[in-house]
Design a protein around this ligand. Structure first.
Ligand code: AMP
Length: 599
């Protein structure tokens, strides 16, 4: 069935009667952004009026914007750490929230090397659930017939930990998949997953993935969409299939489950699903034993209409690989969310990844925007508090840092994401995710952020196309052990034809091409100041980044939320990477730099 990417705004009409309410809700929220925001702020302030935190700033019961903005400071995680620590240690008094903190959500963002702990309250789960409930009604506007089959989603939970005071600490998605809202969700023909709950809820990632993949293969004809939370999760699943297809095919052929799957509830559930099917097993063996895995997703799951994965932000680099495996299926980035708060959704999910914008739903929290000063991105002083802009007042084309005040008690909290306003749906601004702040490579005054690094890699990898080679994964390291320091970029390459691999000289040129793409402060330091040495590329063995992820998971990262760190400095990780290096390359010349601006 055709996929329509051209529906105009406003939304609708609903594809199904059951979607009408959700679409109407989106219309109401987006038409009345400012009044909803005003109500949300006053609800948050009224709810938390008696907390230690708000009392400290003498709000005296005020719930209006003016008082709030004049009295409450903009804060970072580090500012709140003493309060968060007390809650974690078991202080149950109303510190940040009048409602009891139900658990901590562990963010993939870290503070002093540790995951940030985000307090949450029970009612937040309903708010998250509400946002989820809007996704399919929007998708149904663009893709018909999603009730005629299933979604193959690779979803994972992580083992939970407890704080010293006994509160649960776990990733937000682990909390969600373990919630009654998810586990006992009523049947919805538009949201039928191939993965049984028993597989999703198994904390052993191998067993969970194995069972989810097995179910996906068994139901291959029914699968209409394939997904994971982030693009990296889906690629990990494909890699899993590459490694395990023989065992999976054996199970399908014989109708018996691999003895490596020891989880009792998975075994019981699979015994109801798994029946011998030698024909299907033979098909899988034929497809998976082929050298060429191009379009493997649509070869195995021929009715797939789209890949449900996030490919914005740090995930943009996976787009070419996913296009290769899927034959160019659309990749709707359906929502934008974090441990602090779920923010909003993509109302035009069939747009190109580079054009994805998210509409923040004004009922989720109170949102403010700190104009992002490109020349001085960290400027924020207590003495002259910046003017934060309200959600309804942001301007198209401008970049802002997102600041959130939540029902759970975060007040004017800097999320750390930089967003650019691209337009409006009704009165609601739509935002392109630009980058997460402060992911920097720096040797001295130079600062390279994630987007710049990504661009440099894209530009350099153009030199690899004639060798049918692409960069599948990368990370970086500011090597300051020698003077001058230099950037080290680790590359894992996908070389289609080893007989035609890129030469040493080409890889050296890739180093230079990266330098040419970096910002002028970097090039000035290289050329005029000689304070940065030639950029180095270290090519690592295939599978190294998989090992890096395994390492992170073994140290407590969640598969759902795992993102390859774009800059590394932690010694064991450096040692792992360095032990896998197959060749080293250096920039053979200085990049261009003149005092004049390039544009
Ligand atoms: P976490 O706290 O681990 O859940 O990570 C949340 C962060 O992931 C956000 O603040 C963003 O930086 C990033 N993120 C979440 N959703 C998206 C998205 N749709 N596109 C790009 N980045 C995202």
């Amino acid at each position: 069935m055709a996929v329509d990417s051209t529906l105009p705004s406003p939304l609708g009409p609903p594809a199904h009667e059951r979607d009408a309410k959700a679409l109407q809700f989106i219309e109401d929220m987006t038409k009345n952004v400012d009044s909803v925001q005003e109500r949300v702020l006053s609800e948050i302030l009224a709810q938390n009026a008696e907390t230690e935190y708000l009392k400290r700033f003498n709000l005296n019961g005020a719930t209006d914007r003016e008082t709030f903005k004049s009295k409450i400071p903009v804060v970072t995680y580090e500012d709140l750490q003493p309060e968060i620590q007390r809650i974690a240690n078991g202080d149950k008094s109303p510190i940040l929230s009048s409602h009891p903190i139900s658990e901590f959500l562990t963010s993939s963002g870290t503070s002093a090397g540790e995951r940030k702990l985000m307090p949450t309250i029970a009612q937040e789960m309903d708010r998250r659930q509400l946002l989820y409930s809007l996704l399919m009604p929007v998708m149904n506007l663009y893709v018909p017939g999603l009730d005629k089959g299933k979604g193959l989603y690779f979803l994972f939970v992580k083992a939970e930990t407890k704080t010293p005071g006994g509160l649960l600490a776990r990733p937000v998605l682990t909390a969600y998949y373990n919630s009654q809202q998810f586990k006992t969700r009523p049947f919805d023909p538009f949201n039928v997953y191939t993965s049984p709950n028993e597989a999703i809820l198994c904390v052993d990632s191998f067993q969970s993935m194995y069972a989810q993949m097995l179910c996906g293969l068994l139901m291959r004809e029914e699968v209409l969409r394939v997904g994971a939370v982030f693009a990296s999760g889906l690629l990990r699943a494909i890699h899993f299939l590459q490694v395990n297809w023989k065992e999976l095919a054996h199970d399908i052929s014989t109708g018996t489950l691999n003895p490596k799957i020891t989880d009792g509830s998975i075994r019981e559930r699979m015994s109801q699903i798994l029946k011998p099917n030698p024909e299907l097993a033979e098909f899988i063996v034929n497809e998976c034993s082929a050298e060429n895995w191009e379009r493997i997703i649509v070869r195995i799951w021929p009715n797939t209409k789209y890949l449900d994965v996030i490919v914005t932000g740090a995930m943009a680099q996976y787009i070419p690989t996913l296009e290769y495996y899927s034959g160019g299926l659309p990749m709707p980035c359906t929502m934008y969310a974090s441990s602090e708060c779920y923010f909003g959704l993509n109302l035009r999910p069939m747009s190109k990844p580079s054009e994805v914008s998210y509409t923040i739903m004004p009922n989720m929290a109170y949102f403010e925007f700190l104009p992002h000063d490109q020349s001085n991105p960290s400027a924020l002083s207590r003495d002259s508090p910046p003017r934060l802009v309200d959600l309804a007042d942001v301007e198209v084309g401008k970049e802002y840092e997102l600041i959130v005040s939540t029902y759970a008690g975060l007040c004017r909290y800097r999320v750390g994401d930089i967003l650019r306003v691209t337009g409006f749906h009704n009165a609601a601004p739509q935002f392109r995710f630009v980058r997460r702040k402060n992911v920097l490579l720096s040797i001295e005054s130079d600062k390279t952020d994630e987007a710049e690094l990504q661009k440099a890699i894209e530009n350099a990898s153009v030199l690899l196309t004639e060798f049918n080679t692409s960069v599948v994964e990368y990370t970086s390291y500011a090597d300051t052990k020698q003077i001058p320091g230099h950037y080290v970029i680790y590359w894992e390459l996908f070389i289609k034809d080893p007989a035609n691999a890129p030469t040493d000289d080409v890889l050296n040129q890739c180093c230079l091409q990266m330098e040419e793409s970096l910002n002028s402060v970097y090039r000035q330091s290289r050329v005029a100041d000689n304070s940065i040495g030639p950029l180095e590329i270290r090519v690592v063995k295939n599978g190294t980044f998989e090992e890096l992820m395994d390492y992170a998971i073994s140290r407590g990262a969640s598969i759902n939320q795992y993102k390859v760190p774009r800059c590394v400095s932690f010694t064991p990780i450096m040692e792992l990477l360095d032990s896998r290096v197959v060749s080293k390359h250096f920039s053979p010349a200085l990049p261009h730099w003149t005092p004049e601006r390039r544009r």
